[in-house]
Design a protein. Structure first.
Length: 362
């Protein structure tokens, strides 16, 4: 019976259930024994034991009530934690949205920094032009001073002229006398003029012969340029000027001076972008021509003539062609693959030859 009681207590029951089961088994043992002699301590005839059992049962019921309250409190805490978790999820979404906005603002900041770099380049160009204007202003002041000095000298000469006027009047009388002598000499001059007219006719015939020889010489010089330049091509001519597309030696990067060096090898000059006054990209390594009229847009005047008003990047005749530019950040300026390019990033090679914009006078 004791073994049975122990095995029942080993099962998975709550403390209150185990106590109730124990009391039940004890009562059962008393009934089955039929006597209370050996079980006075545990049977119903022992009032002290019964009182203790009742007390224990009451305490267990109190513990059970506390456990129920604890379970309710735990549920309430779980509900509170669930609410906090929902708030945390909402806060997480808010933070993710803020992070996304921060990334967008950071991209905008990067774009702004790029614009600031471009603005710095524009500011530097403006500063260069302001410096040039200052230099030209100083030159103008010097010229003004020179003009003022010249005006003073003119005033002095005018006074001298007034003083000499009387002398001229006196000499006029002598001139009349000389006029008679001159008339006599005029007859002799007319005879010489007739002879001179004959010589002029002969000279005219000689001039035509010389012009033919000059034209033939120009043709031979063009042939010489093509031979010496390894395929230099005349792209335009106006008056005594010939404009060429001259091949650049392979392995040469189009840094500043590459165009001028190539032109000088054929005794030509690089074409300046703009007129002498106001174009900061000019130097003594280029020459100003009638096509040097657009300082900010290299070869624009040439493409307008060759390609019906199109810009250089849309003019096939200027493909791979570079113009000389002094002090530009990209070195020489050219057009490759219908795009404006910086010379410092391009090298003349066998599969992608590049050309210099040159001019010569005939």
């Amino acid at each position: 019976k004791l073994i049975l009681l122990d095995s029942l207590l080993q099962e998975n029951h709550s403390a209150l259930e185990k106590m109730k089961l124990t009391l039940f088994l004890i009562g059962t043992l008393c009934v089955l024994s039929g006597t209370a002699e050996d079980f006075d301590i545990i049977c119903t005839s022992n009032p002290v034991m019964e009182a203790r059992m009742v007390s224990v049962e009451g305490k267990l019921e109190g513990i059970e009530e506390l456990l129920k309250q604890l379970v309710v409190a735990v549920k309430e805490k779980n509900e509170e934690l669930d609410e906090k978790l929902d708030e945390l999820k909402h806060s997480t979404k808010t933070v993710q949205k803020m992070v996304k906005e921060l990334d967008e603002k950071q991209n905008i900041l990067v774009d702004i920094e790029g614009k600031m770099d471009e603005q710095k380049h524009i500011t530097k160009t403006v500063e260069d032009k302001v410096n040039l204007i200052d230099r030209k202003t100083d030159e103008l002041k010097q010229i003004t001073k020179t003009v003022e000095n010249t005006v003073l000298k003119i005033d002095e000469k005018t006074n001298e002229l007034i003083n000499t006027s009387s002398e001229v009047k006196e000499k006029n009388t002598n001139v009349d006398d000389k006029m008679d002598d001159l008339k006599h000499s005029t007859n002799k001059v007319e005879e010489k003029v007739n002879k001179l007219d004959i010589k002029m006719d002969e000279l005219s015939n000689t001039t035509e012969t010389v012009q033919g020889m000059v034209k033939e010489l120009d043709t031979k010089q063009d042939i010489l340029v093509n031979i010496a330049g390894g395929g230099a091509t005349e792209v335009y001519r106006s008056g005594n000027l010939r404009y060429y597309k001259v091949p650049v030696s392979f392995g040469i990067t189009m840094k500043e001076g590459a165009v001028a060096d190539t032109c000088q090898q054929l005794r030509m000059m690089a074409v300046c972008l703009g007129p002498d006054d106001g174009c900061s990209f000019n130097s003594d390594r280029c020459t100003v021509t009638p096509l040097s009229s657009n300082c900010g847009n290299p070869m624009d005047p040439l493409s307008t003539l060759l390609c019906n008003g199109n810009q250089p990047n849309k003019c096939p005749q200027l493909e791979g062609m570079f113009a000389y530019m002094k002090g530009w950040v990209g070195s020489e300026y050219g057009f490759v693959g219908s795009s404006d390019v910086q010379g410092k990033n391009h090298m003349s090679q066998a599969d992608t030859p590049l050309y210099a914009y040159c001019v010569r006078s005939v």
